[in-house]
Design a protein around this ligand. Structure first.
Ligand SMILES: [Zn+2]
Length: 125
């Protein structure tokens, strides 16, 4: 009975983040967003060099495409996290719905999953 109450409380209580924590995380996410947007602009603006051997140009293009793809992926995660903050559902695992550890969010503010679910996802790849 007591155990049930504790478990129930764990699952329904709001995320353990304070207002200050959220402000720090939001600033961090906004900085990351600016950084990624800038990075994407730079990748897009990089001039295509026509004086290079074709093979090298192709390799550079491939690197750029990969860089842009990963920057876009992070940017999407960051924007989704900012949306979650705005909607008041930030800091909750999207799989098991438990609160994500504050320490984890301080390192990876855009985390969608708790450490446990992230591990399960990565193991399943
Ligand atoms: Zn989880």
């Amino acid at each position: 009975m007591v155990n049930n109450q504790i478990i129930g409380d764990r699952e329904t209580r709001p995320s353990p983040l304070s207002t200050e924590d959220l402000a720090v995380l939001r600033d961090n996410l906004r900085e990351q967003r600016l950084f990624r947007e800038d990075q994407l602009r730079q990748i897009a603006a990089a001039p295509a060099r026509t004086d290079e051997p074709v093979r090298r140009t192709a390799a550079q293009t491939e690197v750029r495409v990969k860089l842009a793809a990963s920057a876009r992926m992070v940017l999407a995660d960051v924007e989704a996290a900012l949306d979650r903050i705005a909607e008041g559902r930030y800091g909750r695992c999207q799989l098991c719905r438990r609160g994500i550890d504050r320490d984890r969010l301080m390192i990876v503010p855009q985390a969608r999953y708790c450490a446990r679910c992230q591990q399960v996802r990565e193991a399943g790849r």
